[in-house]
Design a protein around this ligand. Sequence first.
Ligand code: CU
Length: 406
Amino acid sequence: MKLHSILAPAFAALFLAAPAWAAGPKAYVGNFKDNSVSVIDAAALRVVATVPVAAGPDGIAVARDDTQVFVSGSSASSLSVIDTASDQVAATVEVGKGPQGLAITPDGHWLLVAVNGDDRVAFVDTATRAVSATVPVPKPHTIAIRPDGQKAYVSSQAPGNFALVVIDLPTRAVTASVPVEKTPRDLEFGPDGKALYVTLAGVSAVQVFDPASNRVVAQIPTGVSPHVAHHFAGTPAGVVVVQGPGELMLFDPATRAASGSIAVGKQPHWVDVLPDRKKVLVTNEGSNDVSVVDLAGGPVATIPVGNAPRKVAVQHRAGTGAEAKVSIDNFAFAPVELAIAVGQSVTWTNNDGAPHGIAFADGAKGMDLMLPGQSFKRTFSKPGAYEYVCSVHPYMTARVTVGAAH
Ligand SMILES: [Cu+2]
């Protein structure tokens, strides 16, 4: 028996003892060969529901407000929309043949769908669930949206014409097609939008693109078959899911050097971060489970799911008590999205080495200059979505969503 299977029950017992308000966010895992989604309580570390969805679930995205989850049925022509209150499919949206990767704009308004079989990217309004536009892209596979919401990069897998296709989002026009040598697998932006991490089939290194020049500026060597590389906002290390050795490799986003590796399950596929920014979930397509990995190197827990789990997406909401906390670290707010109830307060603390600030879109008083170690607190008495930015670095965007009291 593997060590992590022994540790899993101990973990579960620890978290089950926590008060009800600490119940964690839910994670949604698409089981490719079961045509289902496993819903995981990320605090209790167990599956709480299994939801039948359109055939071949391959892309998953959680709405910015956490109320719905979009799942692309790559062997079908539709998206299944899961209502997170009931964890049942609330709608099926026809989008065209073989939808694969999904991405949601930072403002939460648009879901971009890589409609692979129809050679286009569809724009779905997340509120009405209607397809309102499409942009031609040959064999689109995965999509990354720059944190400023201005550009989408799409991996395009047309044989002989492998490329990263750039869509200008305000005009919905293709503005560039950047050739790559091998089949592009995935692409993800770092939190400041200045690095795009790209994986290519058959290349044992992550390609670091500079989106300003659309050139490769560095390569990060990995084990065989890196599938996805990510640097999640508010986390010190970047992560690479490496399929061959079954590991999560860590790297330093500044030096672009490997800084460690943590063993996960067989043929790991995808990764998403929990709102605490300390742990990530990795799906293991070959061992039908999900690894819960502590980025600081703590024990790995394992959660059995369905057959061939591929994509995973975690709700943005952290478990919150009367007071929620946001840390400013690595030029990012963490968590970048926080959901609280009416009457709760949020305390921001600058844990970074640089000065930052808080400027609210609703005009409420923020803090122009927050030096390292300083804090700021605001109590939210009305429901709504409260956007804010760093007053020093306006590209640092984040949001507090205040829901009705419960
Ligand atoms: Cu700042």
